[in-house]
Design a protein around this ligand. Structure first.
Ligand code: IVH
Length: 676
């Protein structure tokens, strides 16, 4: 074959592979509904990479292999918007919203106005320009007329198409040169994971997903942007700076058809009542979303009417944001104290003037560590903004400083000695955290007892903060074995303890002795040994005695136990005090033996979530089968989930799985994975 013809052939092959991969990226990242497994996808991608490596001259910028490219930069170049990127006016009450609706009626002189309601996503707005169907530029909002060119970072976001085939655009009714505007955001699971990693590395933390999004989009190093999972939802389509379709609802449908991610949680409404119902609905379901929203956007559907209504200085009259109650508040830092955890870690905590935030009263907020305090620059006496995210614990996000909120003066210093026991505090070279290393520190003891008594461990109801504080303060409990030596007389001398409650506590303690071996292992508080590892250890060794005498090598035979955990277990049992403690627990009648169990390995390392009603198995049966095959069943869907098994009437977990792009399977596929 002549060289030119062969090149054409390879080019064709490359293009068909790319189109296949684009399709699967779309199924996974836009629809959250993949058709093939991750492994099968990797095979395709590797094939493309290999072929491109052999023919580097044929690599195109819109190839799926080219999402991450370019060198780190020194800064961003400014870029002008085709038309101003406006913001929205806000309303905070039903009355204000009704006023807006009335004005729309008055100004337009019409009665029958259709609206589109959308979620107000809490990220940052971003314009994408496409030329000849290919992503040419991504621009931040900036001051509205001029933003920053962040194209290289935008290219790494998998739900942003790098190119869209001509026919596809044609079918959607979109010209080949156009502009999309929409919201870039970081889903909550990705946000949490990123902050956890940053904390481990001793880096400063992002206060909320919105800040994290902005920080990630403005990263100078595109490969870092690529690692953090951003998502992009489109909500506007322009040509030459003007709205293209006759209706906003058409725009959304067309964008969807062209392969953009458009929020499916949207609604056309004809009356105020319908708009209001949508607002109420999502206020309630807000916490079930995998990303943060701060309200609802209501838009007039007809473009002609939008043009008629026009704009005020910086916002359209044809759209309005209804903002949900703030999840943040401003309050005073009365003091900064230090809490000592079970592992001895010292955590600075801000004691706040109580402030209502999104339905609860917040009077404390974690400051994480010394680095975080320095980043915020917070002092005792400052006024601060406190935020409470979807399911995130309250956090101080910034220090407020203006005429009404003067600065505080008292700097916080990590104490040199543990506030609980007075032992010198240690900060290991290269670590962020300060620790109390006294094994007998009362704070550690308190936290250890609380852990031991908690629901997932020995489930001793009634043994909470109040009781444990008194028991440890009075020296009645010096280790977990002492719990089982408590008498009624001991309990009756405590505050708020009558005969009946004392008896209840004793009954609870007695009942806990029957709980299986894995609970006791978990309860010992061995570093890195969580609930699941404890269960594997119990099943593998069948007794505390065998576990106590296992070598690091033997321990590493156990599912999911690596060198780090093995070492920690051996060290724990090398300590004579700990061995004596186990002896005591045995004499006191706790369950220290169990059944050995051999698990299969077919599903080792795979995490499942069950939702809905299965036809052939109960939830419990399905869970058992998966676990027997070495898999794991979690109660909620996260990025770590491998499969969601959906039965009839599956609910929000299924939505979440789609949102995160987790593979959803039915009962038959589950059975197939189990091996028939
Ligand atoms: S439309 C001219 N729709 O909210 C209309 N904005 O407070 C421009 N936002 O800057 C915006 N979700 O970043 C629109 N569904 C949505 C939105 C949305 C979030 C953001 C956007 C805008 C800000 C205004």
């Amino acid at each position: 074959m002549p060289a030119a013809a062969r090149d054409k052939d390879i080019e064709k092959k490359l293009e068909s592979l790319r189109e296949k991969i684009r399709h699967h990226e779309y199924r996974y990242y836009v629809l959250d509904d993949p058709e093939i497994s991750d492994a099968a996808f990797d095979v395709l991608m590797n094939e493309l990479k290999k072929l491109e490596a052999q023919h580097p001259a044929l690599i195109t910028p819109d190839s799926p292999t080219q999402r991450v490219g370019g060198k780190p930069r020194e800064g961003f170049v400014k870029a002008r918007h085709s038309s101003p990127m406006l913001s929205l006016d806000n309303t905070y009450s039903e009355d204000e919203l009704r006023n807006w609706e009335r004005r729309v009626h008055e100004l337009s002189g019409r009665k029958d106005i259709e609206y589109v309601c959308e979620l107000k996503l809490d990220g940052m707005s971003l314009a994408l320009r496409y030329e000849d169907g290919k992503l040419a530029r991504g621009i931040t909002r900036g001051d509205g007329s001029e933003g920053e060119d962040v194209t290289l970072n935008v290219r790494t976001v998998r739900s942003v198409p790098l190119s869209i085939a001509r026919e596809k655009l044609k079918k959607a009714g979109i010209p080949t040169d156009f502009e999309v505007r929409g919201e870039m955001l970081m889903p909550i699971p990705a946000f949490k994971r990123m902050n956890e990693e940053r904390e481990q590395k001793g880096l400063s933390l992002f206060a909320n997903p919105r800040n994290a999004t902005a920080g990630t989009v403005r990263q100078l190093e595109p490969s870092i942007t690529a690692e953090r999972r951003l998502d992009y939802f489109a909500y506007m389509l322009l040509q030459n700076g003007r709205t293209y379709f006759e209706r906003h609802s058409q725009t959304l449908d067309a964008l969807e058809e062209a392969g953009f991610k458009v929020n499916t949680r949207r609604k056309r409404a004809k009356t105020f009542e319908e708009v209001w119902a949508f607002i109420r609905e999502w206020e309630e379901k807000r916490d079930s979303l995998p990303y943060e929203i701060d309200g609802i956007v209501v838009k007039v559907d007809r473009t002609a009417l939008q043009d008629e209504l026009g704009y005020t200085g910086k916002a359209p009259r044809w759209a309005i944001a209804y903002k949900y109650a703030a999840r943040s508040g401003i309050t005073h830092v009365d003091d900064i104290i230090v809490q000592v955890g079970r592992t001895g870690k010292l955590t600075p905590v801000a004691l706040l003037q109580p402030v209502p935030i999104g339905g609860t009263t917040v009077s404390r907020a974690t400051l994480h560590n010394m680095d975080e305090i320095e980043r915020l620059g917070v002092k005792v006496g400052d006024w601060v903004e406190v935020e409470r995210g979807g399911d995130v614990i309250p956090k101080v996000t910034r220090v407020v400083e203006d005429t009404h909120h003067p600065r505080g003066h008292k700097s916080f210093h990590m104490p040199e000695r543990c506030p609980e026991c007075g032992t010198k505090v240690v900060r290991t070279e290269g670590e962020v955290d300060y620790r109390c290393v006294n094994a007998n520190c009362p704070a550690k003891l308190r936290e250890t007892i609380l852990h031991f008594a908690s629901r997932h461990v020995m489930n001793i109801e009634g043994m909470g903060d109040a009781l444990v504080n008194q028991l440890t303060d009075r020296g009645l409990v010096k280790n977990v074995a002492d719990i089982y030596k408590l008498t009624k007389a001991d309990l009756l001398q405590l505050e708020r303890m009558g005969d009946k409650s004392a008896q209840n506590v004793l009954d609870e303690i007695e009942a806990s002795k029957k709980l299986p071996l894995e609970r006791v292992i978990f309860g010992l508080g061995i570093r890195f040994v969580g609930e699941r590892t404890a269960q594997f250890l119990a099943e593998h060794f069948g007794s505390m005695d065998a576990l106590m005498n296992a070598s690091e090598e033997e321990l590493q035979q156990v599912n999911e136990v690596g060198p780090r955990i093995a070492k920690s277990i051996v060290e724990f049992f090398q300590e004579p005090k700990n061995r004596a403690l186990v002896d005591q627990l045995e004499k006191l009648g706790l369950t220290l033996t169990g059944k050995k169990k051999q698990r299969g390995t077919t599903l080792a390392g795979k995490t499942f979530v069950l939702t809905g009603t299965l036809a052939r198995h109960s939830r419990e049966q399905a869970k058992q089968l998966i676990e027997d095959a070495g898999g794991r069943v979690a109660s909620s869907v996260s990025k770590k989930t491998d499969f969601v098994v959906a039965g009839a009437d599956a609910g929000s977990k299924l939505d979440k799985a789609r949102e995160l792009g987790i593979q959803v399977i039915g009962e038959p596929e589950m059975e197939a994975l189990l091996g028939g």
